[in-house]
Design a protein around this ligand. Structure first.
Ligand code: HEC
Ligand code: HEC
Ligand code: HEC
Ligand code: HEC
Length: 213
């Protein structure tokens, strides 16, 4: 069935579409297979089918965990009164993106070259200048935001707080995490080059999915 579909796409599209559709992560910013530290693989620095880092088996996580303590986002109008440290899912990202752990520090890889993430992709351990993460985004938060907004609602109410939270953007157990905005596997291949986002941000479309401004 899939082969038929691909074949007909090729016919419709003429000669421009190849008959093998590449996985979206291939060639994306998260395809490390061409580096000298990924053992020629794509998934391995992040997931391994066996004997991976994560003892609980959560996502078969294979990258060394970060143990950093983060400076958290706060502001007078932020409605999360006691923000917590990043949850496990965002810590997966931070295990490379806070710059404290080598990119090639993953289970089964022994010869570390200690190459670290650099430039803007290095968020550091001060998350005070980054969009807040790891908090419950539910209707109670929307109500609280209405109060600090002087009676005007500033947030879209999530339709499903456990899976697809807001217009296709996922929440994880109701929480807003890095992967709410970011598409780590670049599944939305058409957005290639736009920062691995789940929704394009031209005209600030991503922001306006949740914020009523
Ligand atoms: C740069 C790190 C990274 C790479 C490389 C990566 N993943 Fe992931 N993967 C994650 C993170 C983080 C999550 C959890 C966040 C999410 O689901 O968006 C995840 C979630 C998943 C999940 C569970 C959620 C879902 O989307 O179904 C599967 C399955 C998965 N990855 C498979 C793969 C496979 C197969 C590859 C290689 C082709 C791969 N991943 C490459 C980081 C990565
Ligand atoms: C194994 C290490 C690793 C993990 C885990 C990881 N990343 Fe990355 N990520 C990288 C590297 C390396 C780059 C390329 C940085 C550069 O170009 O300087 C990158 C690039 C990115 C970019 C920029 C993409 C672009 O097109 O410029 C985003 C956004 C990003 N990562 C988000 C995430 C998020 C969100 C997660 C977790 C869901 C995550 N990453 C997990 C290593 C990782
Ligand atoms: C509320 C949405 C949102 C959240 C949450 C979020 N990001 Fe981003 N991030 C963005 C947007 C938008 C960009 C800009 C993308 C572009 O245009 O290239 C971006 C850019 C990035 C970049 C590329 C920076 C650069 O200039 O090269 C990285 C890396 C990144 N994010 C990682 C993360 C990580 C790690 C987390 C969690 C700690 C996270 N993001 C949480 C929206 C978000
Ligand atoms: C998935 C939904 C979602 C997306 C997408 C999103 N935000 Fe947010 N953002 C929130 C929530 C929820 C809060 C917490 C609101 C609060 O407590 O006041 C927040 C907080 C903020 C705050 C701090 C508010 C305060 O009172 O301190 C700013 C500023 C902000 N977001 C801007 C942005 C921008 C700019 C973008 C696009 C790059 C964006 N957001 C994308 C949901 C989102």
């Amino acid at each position: 069935m899939k082969k038929l579909l691909v074949a007909s796409l090729v016919l419709i599209g003429g000669l421009t579409i190849s008959s093998t559709v590449p996985a979206a992560i291939t060639g994306s910013a998260h395809d490390f297979s061409a580096t000298n530290w990924a053992d020629g693989q794509i998934c391995l620095p992040c997931h391994a089918p066996h004997n991976n880092q994560n003892a609980t088996g959560d996502l078969l996580w294979n990258h060394d965990p970060t143990v950093a303590t983060y400076t958290l986002y706060d502001s007078p109008t932020f409605d999360i009164l006691t923000p917590g440290q990043p949850a496990a899912l965002s810590k997966f990202c931070l295990s490379c993106h806070d710059g404290t752990i080598a990119l090639d520090a993953y289970s089964s890889h022994s010869t570390s070259t200690d190459v670290r993430i650099s430039g803007f992709a290095n968020l550091g351990t001060n998350l005070g200048n980054d969009h807040p993460i790891s908090f419950l985004y539910d209707s109670a938060l929307v109500t609280a935001d209405t109060l600090t907004g002087g009676g005007v609602t500033g947030l879209v109410t999530p339709t499903d707080s456990t899976k697809v939270g807001v217009a296709g953007l996922p929440l994880f157990d109701g929480m807003l995490e890095c992967a709410t905005c970011h598409d780590v596997h670049n599944k939305h291949d058409t957005l290639k080059g736009t920062g691995l986002l789940n929704t394009p941000n031209d005209g600030s479309k991503l922001c306006l999915t949740c914020h009523i401004k």
